[in-house]
Structure formats: structure tokens, C-alpha cells
Design a protein. Structure first.
Length: 400
């Protein structure tokens, strides 16, 4: 919104500092705004949740005795703290993002749809004390349908042009740059063309080009998987929020570098027009998550709930797809991947190996609790691993 206001002032002949139009400046200001808002609004928000008696449901003693014993004291801690994160992000993004960018609207749509889905799921759990919220198949079905809509927009030109128009929310383009001697050969790609290319770290050229149907399925897998992986990780005080901060900052760095044509050429990465807006969005998310960690760190005063975890995970997935950095997300968000795989392996083993379990309890963080690790030790060690994985993801920029 401030971008439009500054442009209006410039049209009137008013001198406006150019720094406020830079992506780097707006990324920092978006993070700072979201951080301050979350910390400032936190006490009032938490107090209101306590008044509404929105307490966290805990798995029953019959289902998981040790876990119920370890986490029983958290029963009355309010949940749906994701509302605080999303609200702070929304205010920050209204101030600092370009509302004419297609990436702004894609990520805003992601936040709205998955935030509502998580909110409904949380509400049903709270309204019916013994309920597990939305049925897994229904929730998964909605996530798949949403991911399919995003994939269609990115891959089908007729849909993106109808929704975007010519001037407002125009689909972005990308440029491949090859240096031959002193000559730079630049190839311009439409959004649909570059979205079909598959990149992996440590290689500057795309590994292969997806057939459109395979790209469609792959995008659904990444977005739905990221949303659910963050949701599964959100089980200990501060765990998901801390890992989200590191993964989002890594993707934000790639978004910023991909938006600078000279840096993209120097680093042998794809230049994506306007991808800096993804960086602004992710910095706002990191700032809000850091502010939320102020109240979510052990012992937590509030939990994120599905309202936050489903939407924030979906934002990571959509950002990775838009930037063509799905493998980077898998590396930087390796904790999320490990948590999701632990649940998948546990379910498959229990179903097809005569009720035998691979882990003492799934997701993975509960396995270590069962082994006797204190909650704080599990969280801090997972944070350290997440930081190490984030460093590996960033290192790939210079090793290709």
C-alpha cells in the first residue's frame, strides 16, 4: 500500500526517498513491523484466548499414556495463536508489499485459504472436546484442491492471463543468462515455461523439463506436503516456529537474489521478475514467527494451532514452487521432512507389519521424548539441525 502512496506522491512532484522502493529495505521493514506487532499485541491476544477458554486438546491417556503424562500440564494453554501471526503479517504486508504483484496475490490467497482451513479444524477440536477436528480425508482433499488451483494458475497461460489482466497483477517472466566470453546470451521465459523446469542445488542448469501433467502433480505434492509437514512439526513449545524462521529466511534469500539480474547471472541462478515480493512476504512471516516465539517458547503461553501451521507451511510450499526451489526447501526444511516421513513410516509399519512400530511415538520429536530427552533439549537440538541444514542450502549458491 505504501508503494502506491509513494508513487502517487512522486506523480505530484514530491521527492520521495528511493530506499523505500528497494526490495531489501522493504524486506527488513516487513520483518520488523511483523515482529513488533506480534510482541505488542501478544498479551492482549493471549488474555482474550484465556477468557474464551480456547485450551489446547491433549492426546488421551488411553491413546499415548506417556505423552499424555508429559504434556498434561499444557491442557489449558490456549491455541489458535496462528491468528496472531497471520494478523501481524497482514498488517505488515499491506504496508510494505507491492499490491500489483502476482506473487503478492498468490501468497495472500494461500494464507487466506489455508488459514481458514486450519481455523475451522481448530474450532471443531475446541467445540467438541473429543473431536479430532476435520476428518483427515476432508482436510487433505481441500488442501489438494487448493494446490491444484495454484498449479493451474502457474502452468496454464489462459488461466493466468484471464485472472491477471495486462497491467494489474501481470504474470512474471524469467530470464536465463549464459555468459560466452564477453557476450551475455539472455533467453526470456514465460511463467509457464520456467515453471516446468526442475532445478536442483549445486547445478546451474535445470535437470530436466517437466511434462505439464507431471509438473501439475509435483506442485500439488510440494504445497500439500509442506503444509502438512509443518503441521506435524508443531508439537513442542517453539519447535515449529523456530524451524519456520530458518526455512523462510533461506527461501527469502533465494527470492531476493533471483530478483536481481546481475546477481542472478553471477550466481548462475534463474532471474525471476518481481520475485523480491516473495522475499518481502517471507521476511514478514519470519518476523511474525520470531515475535510469536516470544510467547511460544518453553513454557508456552500460547500454541500456534492448525490455523498457523497449515497456512505457514503452505506459504513455504507455494514460495518454493514459484521460485523453482523445491529441493532447497526440502534441505532448509529438513526437520519438517523428517517429521513427516516419521509419521508415514510409522503408519505404514503399523498397518503392514502386524502393528509393529518403527518409532516409540510419532512424529519424530515425540520419539525422543519417549527416550527420556527433556522437551527443551529436543527443541534446541532440532533448531541446531535446522540451522545446519539452512547453511547447507545457502552454500549451494556458491557451489554450482
Amino acid at each position: 500500500m505504501l508503494i502506491l502512496f509513494l508513487e502517487w506522491l512522486q506523480s505530484l512532484g514530491v521527492k520521495v526517498p528511493f530506499a523505500f522502493t528497494y526490495f531489501s529495505t522493504r524486506m527488513i521493514l516487513a520483518a520488523a513491523t511483523a515482529l513488533v506487532l506480534t510482541i505488542f499485541l501478544g498479551p492482549r491476544f493471549i488474555k482474550k484466548l484465556y477468557e474464551l477458554k480456547i485450551g489446547q486438546p491433549i492426546r488421551s491417556m488411553e491413546e499415548v499414556p506417556l505423552l499424555a503424562q508429559l504434556h498434561g500440564k499444557k491442557k489449558d494453554t490456549p491455541t489458535m495463536g496462528g491468528i496472531l501471526i497471520l494478523f501481524s503479517m497482514a498488517i505488515s504486508l499491506l504496508l510494505w508489499m507491492d499490491l500489483q504483484s502476482a506473487f503478492t496475490w498468490i501468497l495472500a490467497f494461500t494464507t487466506l485459504v489455508l488459514g481458514l482451513l486450519g481455523g475451522i479444524d481448530d474450532y471443531l477440536k475446541l467445540r467438541h472436546k473429543n473431536s479430532k477436528g476435520l476428518k483427515s480425508r476432508k482436510k487433505m482433499g481441500i488442501q489438494v484442491c487448493f494446490s491444484a488451483l495454484i498449479a493451474l494458475y502457474l502452468l496454464v497461460p489462459s488461466i493466468s492471463h484471464v485472472l491477471s489482466g495486462q497491467k494489474f497483477c501481470r504474470p512474471p517472466i524469467a530470464k536465463e543468462q549464459v555468459v560466452e566470453g564477453k557476450k551475455i546470451i539472455t533467453t526470456t521465459l514465460s511463467m509457464q515455461q520456467y515453471e516446468q523446469q526442475f532445478y536442483i542445488p549445486f547445478f546451474k542448469d535445470p535437470l530436466f523439463r517437466f511434462p505439464i501433467w507431471l509438473a501439475f502433480l509435483f506442485f500439488i505434492f510440494v504445497i500439500t506436503g509442506a503444509s502438512n509437514a509443518v503441521n506435524l512439526t508443531d508439537g513442542l513449545d517453539g519447535l515449529a516456529a523456530g524451524c519456520l524462521i530458518m526455512a523462510s529466511l533461506v527461501l527469502a534469500l533465494f527470492a531476493f537474489l533471483s530478483n536481481h539480474i546481475d546477481l542472478a547471472r553471477y550466481l548462475n541462478i534463474l532471474y525471476i521478475e518481481g520475485s523480491g515480493e516473495i522475499g518481502v512476504y517471507l521476511f514478514a512471516m519470519a518476523g511474525a514467527a520470531l515475535g510469536f516465539l516470544w510467547y511460544n517458547g518453553y513454557p508456552a503461553q500460547v500454541f500456534m494451532g492448525d490455523t498457523g501451521s497449515l497456512s505457514l507451511g503452505g506459504i513455504l510450499g507455494v514460495s518454493a514452487v514459484c521460485l523453482r526451489r523445491e529441493v532447497i526447501l526440502a534441505i532448509a526444511g529438513g526437520i519438517f521432512v523428517a517429521e513427516a516421513l516419521s509419521v508415514i513410516l510409522q503408519v505404514l509399519s503399523y498397518r503392514y507389519r502386524h502393528k509393529k512400530r518403527v518409532f516409540l511415538c510419532a512424529p519424530l520429536h515425540h520419539h525422543f521424548e519417549y527416550k527420556g530427552w527433556p522437551e527443551t533439549k529436543v527443541v534446541i537440538r532440532f533448531w541446531i539441525l535446522s540451522l545446519l541444514l539452512a547453511m547447507c542450502a545457502v552454500a549451494s549458491l556458491k557451489l554450482q
